[in-house]
Design a binder for this molecule. Structure first.
Ligand code: NAD
Ligand code: UD1
Length: 309
């Protein structure tokens, strides 16, 4: 059993490739299913225990082949950009919802039960109103991305009740760290700001910069994911993954300026449509079920690691 691979969909991407490293370090072998749309082959180590299947989660046959012989799945493949889903709801839906259904069906067919799923804080919409959001907060998806994540959660729960799948569903808040692509305008804000700051290129803030996010370092997240894979049973109920710390974009820029010793020009543009104002996790359930590093990686330490300082 132990030598059967873990399937990581989206494993050539930012979070996925960091997880692959953590799994290899613990002695697992890994099969990655990725269409390399934003992921890169170069994100994966040259290790005989890693197999890359280039393919699309929207292609049911391809997912079934990738699932065959695996012991568990971490389903990360998705178009991670909220903005991309606003611009192309139908295209992103193929990856973000049909992909999840294909994973569920392939698991059922291949007799695989444990699946970790990357849902998102985006499902809460603006219901946080600046307070820490716990998992009982009503959902209010504002974008196709959020709607697909929420629907994916519901499908996973259906497969749990109907077919005995063991889904561990995580609502990630804002993850940052090495290999988040700084080149794409659709990438996470920390990778864009740090990438541009390092090159002295001007930075655009969408909105007034007072919007807040709960940023968590990718190394801390993957520790939690590995524990969830290894847990004897999965307790029901979604789990927020954040640090219960709100950082505004202005505070983020100041922290980057501190680490780098200065910042390029910053301009303020119109806010993005569907953008959430404040997002902060109540992470009590996370801390009850899993162990975060003690202390968790601070913003300052995470930025220093990311920037090689
Ligand atoms: P990423 O873009 O680096 O990773 C996504 C990976 O999925 C990429 O390797 C991409 O090539 C692959 N992919 C996309 N569509 C695919 C498809 N149809 N078939 C096969 N592979 C496909 O982004 P990430 O930040 O690493 O995100 C990973 C997961 O975590 C996503 O599901 C995302 O929605 C979720 N998430 C991310 C954050 C965050 O802050 N980064 C927060 C909440 C949830
Ligand atoms: C991010 C994730 C999404 C996840 C969600 C969970 C990415 C690309 N998005 O979305 O997958 O589900 O967290 O909370 O990883 N901004 C600027 N300038 C820029 C880029 C962004 O001002 O150049 C602003 C945005 O308008 C937004 C904030 O920064 O207000 C964060 O944006 P982004 O990193 O794209 O994250 P989310 O939209 O929160």
């Amino acid at each position: 059993m132990a030598d059967r691979p873990i399937l990581v969909t989206g494993g050539a991407g930012f979070i996925g490739s960091n997880l692959v490293d953590a799994l290899l370090a613990r002695g697992y072998s890994v099969r990655v299913l990725d269409n390399l749309s934003t992921g890169k082959r170069a994100n994966l180590p040259d290790d005989e225990r890693v197999e890359l299947a280039v393919g699309d989660v929207a292609d049911a046959a391809c997912v079934r082949r990738a699932m065959s012989g695996c012991q568990a799945v971490v389903h990360l493949a998705a178009v991670a950009s909220v903005q991309a889903s606003v611009e192309d709801p139908i295209g992103t839906h193929q990856s973000n919802l049909i992909g999840t259904l294909n994973v569920c069906e392939a698991m059922r067919a291949e007799g695989v039960t444990r699946v970790l799923f990357a849902s998102s804080a985006a499902v809460y919409g603006n219901n946080g109103e600046g307070e820490a959001i716990d998992e009982s907060t009503p959902t209010a998806p504002l974008t196709p991305y959020a709607a697909d994540k929420l629907a994916s959660e519901h499908y996973l729960d259906f497969y749990r009740r109907q077919h005995g799948l063991e889904p561990a569903i995580f609502r990630f808040f804002n993850i940052y760290g090495p290999r988040q692509d700084p080149a794409s305008p659709y990438s996470g804000v920390i990778s864009i700001f740090t990438g541009r700051a390092q090159k002295g290129m001007p930075i655009s803030v969408f909105g007034d910069g007072e919007q807040t996010r709960d940023f968590i370092y990718v190394g801390d997240l993957v520790e939690v994911l590995v524990q969830a894979l290894e847990a004897p049973v999965v307790e029901q109920g979604v789990v927020n993954v954040g640090l219960n710390q709100a950082t505004s974009l202005k505070q983020l820029l100041a922290a980057i300026g501190d680490v780098l010793g200065g910042l390029p020009a910053v301009s303020y543009q119109a806010p993005r449509s569907g953008d959430i104002r404040h997002s902060r996790a109540n992470n009590a359930r996370l801390l009850q079920r899993y162990r975060l590093p003690e202390p968790p990686t601070s913003m300052r330490a995470g930025l220093a690691k990311l920037l090689g300082r």
